[in-house]
Design a protein around this ligand. Sequence first.
Ligand code: MG
Ligand code: ZN
Length: 223
Amino acid sequence: LEARLLAKNDEVAWANRTWLAAHDVVTLNLMGAPGAGKTALLERTVPALGGEVPVSVLEGDQDTERDAERIRAIGANVAQINTGPGCHLDAEMVARGIEGLAPPPGSLMFVENVGNLVCPALFDLGEHLKVVVLSVTEGDDKPLKYPHMFRVADALVLHKIDLLPHVPFDLERGLENARRVRPGLRTFGLSSQTGEGLDAWLAWLRRIRPAAKASARLGGAAP
Ligand code: MG
Ligand code: ZN
């Protein structure tokens, strides 16, 4: 049953990917545990891009419009998906979300997944890149305990680094653990509170736009 579910999901994800490529909308899937600071990162990121590129955000949560309201407050095009009892976004939900959002051609879209370090890793949404957000309050052993999420990630945002002096998180060990499950993983140490590390993250976002367009994922064979 799970295999069939995932096969169906991959079909819809492929349709999403095709639509996003045709409309030149570069899409990142932000994943991480509840409270990792995914929305806070977006609240920093979207204004910092300073209108260089139109940004749309698709918010996923079990319930409430709270995150969509936060994103609306910073002036981005946003839609909220509520999954009810569901614990992840799937490609079908994102397809409906894209319809509602109508991201403009040449834009950037963030999909903030439901807070969960487990099954969002299994569901392709048709995004170009997957980013996992891990806050230093969660512990440096998380990449070893939840390896699948880190294995599928294209980048890791090590978040809330302003709290490092107050928590037992060992930065070197955390990075080592992440790279043990995902060798070469690109990592950004960042604080959305202080803005430390934000520049490198923004520079990468600016760089991946054209690169993602030309990526093998887009040009690869349909499933
Ligand atoms: Mg959130
Ligand atoms: Zn789930």
